[in-house]
Design a protein around this ligand. Sequence first.
Ligand SMILES: [Zn+2]
Length: 275
Amino acid sequence: MNKFLESIKRYQKNKKALLATNFYNAETLHAILMAAKRENSEVILQTSPATLYYLGVDMAVAMVRAAANEHNVTAWLHLDHATDSALILQCIKAGYDSVMVDASELEFSENVQLTKEIVSAAHEKYIAVEAELGYIPKLGQSGVIESGLTTPKQAENFVSQTGIDLLAVAIGTAHGFYKEKPKLDFDRLKEIRNVTNIPLVLHGGSGLSHDEWQMAIQNGICKINFATEIKDTFMKTIRNSMMESEEIDLRKVFLPGIETTAKLVESKIQICSMN
Ligand SMILES: [Zn+2]
């Protein structure tokens, strides 16, 4: 079996979650690995397609493997929210541990079809596949709608028809910062948990409370995606420190951002590891 899946299933069994953080450059990658090291924890490092257009697939893979090795941390590399099959296949070939195919905005049958194709290509190389069912609003899209939430019945059918390894569920979260307090449907999550054994993923971890993270984990989530607050914390810190300084040594300029981001990620790893 894929070692990443073996690991996340251990978290699932112990009612804990693996934190899945997006990184964007060497600095945010360092920050996340520093946090994982301090907490003596594994971590999932995610790249969105936008990050791959920025860094390049081969460079992203090489950076993650080298940095994880230098920090002596177990880090799993995951492709986040990909819609382009060619990019997904490129990541499978390049050595990702796991890929997400996001066909959630297509009709159910089309979502099943595209996801199945990716599962078949990924499983040939023992790579895990995450897919999304329901509607988890993306940045710039309108908010959560009741009809967009994942139904247990559809989840059961989707998992059995596609053979996916991880399922991203829509239970009231959204991407980016929340404009109003989200209402998470934990009863729905419990019902989904009851109809399938595979690891369940919560997207939109930024802006949720400590208790909401814990409730999600206790009711069946074992991977939490966390991105927006990382960008926000890193950029706010360096913007402030640059206003007060004329420093041009960029190796010094980014250090405060790395430290505040590491502290933020540490606090989230702690919530994921509680029981
Ligand atoms: Zn997401």
